[in-house]
Write a protein that binds this ligand. Structure first.
Ligand code: AMP
Length: 127
């Protein structure tokens, strides 16, 4: 069942290729259901992406379609990686872009973990 308004999953997207081992990544953690790796163009001293191993376009798709085990596995990896990166004391930000208004570039659900400095405003002012 597709979530209304979402494009079909593109198996050639860059994160699908990382999951298949066709493109390298700098790993930050992994479990049965999710993979974490450092962003290729970091926007903060720590900038890690966490992705489910399943084929989900966005947070809307993931939360509607993924199994309880996949959702639990994904969130457990987010928490573990943030802890292992040493971000718990200073704090960090989780962010997920969905669709055009948010500027989602890669159509495979991912969560950004930012940390390592003060992160400023939560959302930029309207242009
Ligand atoms: P979004 O705009 O939320 O879709 O974010 C996509 C993110 O993926 C951007 O921060 C990119 O820098 C990052 N990215 C794209 N290609 C790669 C790659 N091969 N390895 C790691 N990060 C990547």
């Amino acid at each position: 069942m597709l979530v209304t308004g979402l494009p079909p999953y593109d198996p050639q997207n860059i994160f699908a290729r990382i999951l298949r081992g066709e493109i390298p990544c700098k790993r930050a953690g992994e479990n049965d259901h999710a993979l974490a790796f450092h962003d290729i163009n970091p926007q903060a001293p720590v900038h890690v992406l966490v992705i489910p191993k399943g084929a989900y376009v966005s947070s809307a798709d993931f939360t509607a379609q993924a199994s309880e085990a996949e959702i639990a596995g994904f969130w457990r990896l987010v928490g573990l990686v943030a802890k292992e990166l040493g971000l718990e004391a200073s704090g960090y930000r989780l962010l997920s872009n969905m669709g055009v208004d948010a500027g989602q570039e890669v159509p495979h659900f991912h969560l950004h973990i930012f940390g390592g400095r003060g992160l400023g405003r939560m959302v930029s002012r309207a242009p």
